[in-house]
Design a protein around this ligand. Structure first.
Ligand code: CMC
Length: 429
């Protein structure tokens, strides 16, 4: 709370309404409008672009300056000096782990990597060509029926066990979705590997052949998870909070988050980037697509460009670009035709007045899509991998909400439908 107040003066109201102004540690002050309902007044904010839906200590973004902090630490520094699991520990516990805490956390996560055997039968019920995100929504929701020994949301120990289970089992489930999709046997996790190596092992190994995991690719994968770990109150995280605000169990809340992430304006953008590159098909078609992207009457957008919050640059994209260059060099793919189209698009968007004036920079999904394509991950898996990395953010926000006083989320509306009328009997309609 600050000494400042906002004063609301509405035509037709006798009195002005004083509204408190709240300050956070960083970022703009916010006007607390929560008392308006007592005056039977509601605010209108489609897309919640002007609304802080909650108080949070986890992640801070300054979109104008291209800043992303987790618990105060810049994403660039975490990417350089910490692993994904250290970042998970930070998001969940508020501080980075020391060496002993790190070892203990890794051991806890490793001990939870296997999933209940019955999940294999559950997966078998999906069509062989089901989209892995569709399977992920179903399987994660179903986890509450497998792990109901620890879903008392009012018990902090249960909440932490669930957080650990989710972080540990997501790569296993993600790889199982992929194996189902390609019709190969599921691979069990290997607990002597680190988080990212193990994921690549479960994705690309088979019982007949377990190729050695390249350290460059494992590092890129770890970075990819780390850069997606959290992003404050985006659509999927807000969905998790909203579902959790009803007291729903954490697995169903995360399943709701996965569903929200799937859309092409959110986590589905990395798949959409590759689909767009395939659609463009050849460098000689790029101009035509750039023209379409600028045409107001054409719904086509350059996927992987622009961001709702970052209106300068996406700090995750900068880190990802470097990893992207390393991966392409490691795999000798600099001359891949699709990747050449990507490089050209990036160049145009950084120079062309339309994109520059609208501050449409390549976002994290642009480079993550290219990295995953280079690693050999099929496009249908891209959003699943985003969901795997983001699970810690979802669960950290859910835990933060449940650990503090909270209300069930219940937005209001501006009703513009018919006014009250009487139902006519069938023969009078
Ligand atoms: N290509 C062409 N024009 C664009 C694009 C684009 N990718 N993005 C925005 N614009 C134009 C848009 O038409 C509008 O033009 P005008 O001012 O003339 O009406 C202007 O730029 C502002 O667009 P907006 O829709 O108001 O921007 P927004 O902040 O509401 O939307 C966005 C952000 C991410 C939905 C949008 O930029 C987009 O659709 N990008 C492509 C999809 C994408 O890459 N999404 C991943 C986002 S990052 C992952 C995540 O955090 O989930």
């Amino acid at each position: 709370m600050t000494d400042k107040k906002a004063v609301l003066n509405i035509d037709g109201f006798d009195t002005e309404i004083d509204l408190p102004v709240l300050s956070g540690t960083l970022g703009q002050d916010v006007i607390d409008v929560s008392s308006l309902t007592a005056n039977n007044i509601f605010t209108f904010d489609p897309g919640f672009t002007s609304t802080a839906s909650c108080e949070s200590k986890i992640t801070f973004i300054d979109g104008a300056k291209g800043v992303l902090l987790h618990r105060g630490y810049p994403i660039e520094e975490l990417a350089e000096k910490a692993s994904y699991l250290e970042t998970c520990y930070l998001l969940l516990n508020g501080e980075l782990p020391d060496a002993a805490q790190k070892a203990e956390f890794e051991s806890i996560i490793t001990s939870h990597t296997m999933v209940n055997r019955s999940i294999e039968q559950f997966l078998a019920g999906f069509r062989h060509d089901a989209h892995p995100m569709a399977i992920m929504c179903g399987v994660v929701g179903a986890m509450s029926s497998f792990y109901h020994d620890s879903i008392d949301i009012n018990d902090p120990t249960h909440r932490m066990i669930t957080a650990h289970r989710l972080i540990a089992k997501m790569p296993t489930l993600a790889a199982m979705c992929y194996k189902h999709y390609v019709g190969q046997p599921y691979m069990y996790p290997k607990n002597d590997m680190n988080y990212a190596e193990n994921f690549l092992h479960m994705m690309f190994g088979t019982p007949c052949d377990m190729p050695k995991v390249s350290p460059v690719l494992a590092n890129a994968m770890d970075l990819l998870f780390l850069l997606h770990a959290d992003h404050e109150q985006n659509a999927s995280t807000s969905t998790v909070r909203l579902a959790g605000s009803s007291g729903a169990n954490p697995f169903s809340c995360i399943a709701a988050g996965i569903a929200a992430l799937w859309g092409p304006s959110h986590g589905g953008a990395n798949q959409a980037v590759l689909e767009m590159l395939n659609e463009i098909g050849d460098e000689k078609h790029i101009d035509k697509f750039i023209k379409r992207a600028k045409d107001k009457d054409d719904s086509f957008r350059l996927m992987g460009f622009g961001h709702r919050v970052y209106k300068n640059f996406d700090p995750r994209a900068r880190v990802m670009k470097k990893a992207c260059d390393d991966v392409l060099a490691e795999l000798g793919l600099e001359d891949d035709p699709l990747l050449r189209i990507a490089t050209r698009l990036e160049q145009i968007a950084l120079e062309d007045d339309y994109f520059v004036s609208k501050k449409l920079y390549p976002n994290v999904d642009f480079y993550s899509g290219i990295i995953m394509k280079a690693i050999g991950i099929p496009t249908e898996m891209f959003t699943v991998i985003f969901a795997t990395g983001r699970t810690v953010g979802w669960v950290a926000h859910w835990n933060e909400m449940i650990s503090n006083p909270y209300k069930i989320g219940r937005p209001r509306q501006l009703y513009t439908g018919p006014s009250q009328r009487s139902v006519q009997a069938m023969d009078e309609r």
